[in-house]
Design a binder for this molecule. Sequence first.
Ligand code: SF4
Length: 427
Amino acid sequence: MPPAQIIREDGAYHSFCGLTCVGWLYQKIKDSFFLILGTHTCAHLLQNALGVMIFARPRFGVALLEETDLSKQQPELATMINEIRAEHKPSVIFLLSSCTPEVMKVEFEGLAQKLSRPELPVLFVPASGLDYTFSQAEDSVLQALIPFCPLAPADDKRVVFLGSINDTIADDFALEAAQLDLPVGGFLPASRFAELPAIGPGTILAPVQPYLAKVANRLARERGATVLSSLFPFGPDGTRAFWEDLAMAFGKQVDLSEREARAWSRIEAHVELLRGKKVFFTADNLMELPLARFLRHAGCEIVECSSTYINKRFHGRELAALEGVRVVEQPNFDRQLRDIAELQPDIVISALATTNPLIGQGVVAKWSTEFAFMPIHGWAGIGTLAGMFTKSLRRHSQLDALADPVWTAGLMPSTIPLQVRRPTITG
Ligand code: SF4
């Protein structure tokens, strides 16, 4: 099938800053600490976005930099790291660089190397909001971990699942692999620093997150690993293709068509609501291609699927599955607003900064950041995934129902038929 054509508009990002990947990664890598080299702006963002109470002893913190003279006012990082070591006893510290060092060209990578000890590595991670969306920054973190993955011998053929998923979903993947008799080398990232998987020329890398093109390419280049080319394991269609292709990479032909059919029937109530709905993705989390493909198979019409970054090779199978759909890389949001007003989608999947204004205009809009935090992968995640879309549609229809009596009680002539609210945005 020919892939969907990609239109590139070079629009501005509206995504969450890369630093917010800390929100799920510090929970995933349980013996880690994330130290952010940032300003008050970064600290505010993390406090607001992650909202962790101080008594929860979160394993992340901000080393405050003064923007006026960064080179003279660098924090005493060595002292801070000693304090972190004493208080949290991490096995690894990630030093996340923010916009300010980037703009002022202050280089912290060498400093991280100096602070690093064999018993406690300090790993430099570029994650500024200038260059990275919140999901892409996970790619940066995983790249920093590459040197700590042992080299697997060439004849050791195992699958390594690439991308952070919560422990329950990871157990589901390990169980599924065991049922298909596929040898598992581990997960990157692993739950503990000492459990990083061995990766070598025999490794089959199976990406479970669509925003990890760079780390996958590096592992292919530097370790000779093979990157599985398949759909990402979202929805019954994606999950079936993922496991069938993975089995094929180990020389096993499996037919999961019945399993897929059962999975679709399990979410039939959701599919009924989704069928025929027009969906518009404005670009944010880099998960847009597989999410749009799932919705299309569920009977939706994808009026636009935009994403911040598209890699023709890494996303090749998803692009093929979206043939005929308008796919845009780095879209222009002003143009999108005009199209939303004209095309009147039933639901818009949008970034945090733009979702609430859209809702204020009467558009059914879903905050796309949420998809990065939810267990929506594999067979176990199918119900959650479908429910995330239908919840927004149901909630909106309930809000309309609540609003109707107010209108009919006097603000609106009772003879005017009730209408589904539609976008009223003007360009
Ligand atoms: Fe900090 Fe830059 Fe992110 Fe803002 S965009 S929170 S300044 S790293």
